[in-house]
Write a protein that binds this ligand. Structure first.
Ligand code: AMP
Ligand code: ZN
Length: 114
């Protein structure tokens, strides 16, 4: 997907602060952090929205959650707690159409979100 900024990031064509990478996923620092810890965990496979997930993506989504939990441990936010968010389409606040999971922590997060 040439016009997808996250695909460009995966291809190494865009600057990013990668904090984790394996065959299936990468995680990097959000460019506009909303909390002391704000990472984005994304699949390397281009999937535009959560609505485009297929039966065969079940393990991938589970893996993303495992990576998020591992990063939370590493960043020292696991004990206090953290949030994983995935926005879907316009009303959900999605701005990049390559699915991503926000890992947010390091402060007390409010509920409900805006
Ligand atoms: P969303 O609004 O849920 O689609 O999340 C997209 C996120 O991507 C936002 O939090 C942006 O700050 C972040 N973002 C956009 N461009 C970049 C970039 N080049 N590097 C890191 N994060 C980015
Ligand atoms: Zn993409």
């Amino acid at each position: 997907m040439e016009d997808c900024i996250f695909c460009q990031m995966i291809a190494g064509e865009m600057d990013s602060e990668i904090v984790y990478e394996d065959e299936e996923v990468i995680a990097f620092k959000d460019i506009e952090p909303q909390a002391p810890v704000h990472f984005l965990i994304i699949p390397k496979k281009h999937i535009p929205t959560l609505l485009d997930l297929q039966e065969g993506d079940k393990e991938l989504v589970g893996h993303i959650y495992q990576v998020a939990a591992q990063l939370a441990q590493q960043e020292g936010i696991a004990e206090d707690g953290f949030r994983i968010v995935s926005n879907c389409k316009e009303a959900g606040g999605q701005t990049v159409y390559h699915i991503h999971y926000h890992l947010l922590g390091g402060r007390n997060l409010q509920w409900p979100p805006g």
